[in-house]
Ligand binder design. Structure first.
Ligand code: DC
Length: 212
């Protein structure tokens, strides 16, 4: 573990790019707290589903989001397809994003590694380091397919590919805080890289920057 103080490292990228795994490993390496911001949107989505709220009814979602406790710990049920789908719908609402923005900023008081879609652009435009993690749609589909196959052996690869693609399009096209690479972010295309090579690249980049 290397301690660089209370720095902020922003990791953004499309669905199934590996950004969560990368952010978690970096947080362990640098001894920083870790927050998966997608989980916050998933918590809102699962609450909306639990209360039978139509996610396209913006007013109902906004009224409900104020009642949610975001300190709830992750559990496996937040990672299913329906929650992913509803999360990308409610993520379009400014009022939802504002509530989550406040939570994300207050979480980072002792430094953080945070991954998401708008971390380097909106949540922490002055982050110490910003990385934008990508991989081709085919490769991201392969990764998600292999992950989900363990739970469902009858899974259809094309459905997984469509789900990822539809979600990316909605995240890229939304008006508020869309998925985007910050101008000053370093883009890392991981299509042909192993996770450990990505970590190695980022750690070396940060150490080199610290020395200069
Ligand atoms: O990272 P994830 O797949 O768990 O995110 C689920 C959805 O949440 C994603 O499709 C869009 C939304 N999201 C967002 O809009 N902004 C973020 N910073 C993180 C996630």
């Amino acid at each position: 573990m290397t301690n660089l103080g209370n720095i902020i490292i922003a990791i953004d990228g499309p669905a199934a790019s590996g950004k969560g795994t990368i952010a978690k490993k970096l947080s362990e390496y640098f001894g920083l707290p870790y927050l998966d911001s997608g989980l916050l949107y998933r918590i809102v989505a699962s609450e909306v589903i639990k209360h039978n709220i139509d996610p396209t009814k913006k007013r109902l979602v906004i009224d409900h989001v104020k009642k949610i406790n975001f300190d709830r710990i992750d559990n496996g049920s937040l990672r299913n397809d329906n929650v992913s789908h509803v999360a990308s719908i409610i993520a379009q609402y400014k009022e939802v994003r504002d509530v989550l923005l406040r939570y994300q900023r207050s979480f980072a008081l002792n430094g953080v590694v945070m991954d998401g879609r708008d971390i380097g652009t909106v949540i922490f435009p002055n982050a110490d380091y910003k990385f934008y993690i990508t991989a081709t749609l085919e490769e991201r589909t392969n990764r998600r397919f292999m992950e989900l196959l363990e739970q469902n052996s009858e899974l259809n690869r094309n459905i997984v590919k469509n789900d990822i693609n539809n979600r990316d399009q909605r995240d890229i096209m939304r008006k508020i805080a869309p998925l985007a690479k910050a101008d000053d972010a370093i883009e890392v295309d991981t299509t042909f890289m192993k996770i450990d090579d990505v970590i190695d690249f980022i750690v070396k980049y940060i150490h080199k920057d610290k020395k200069s």
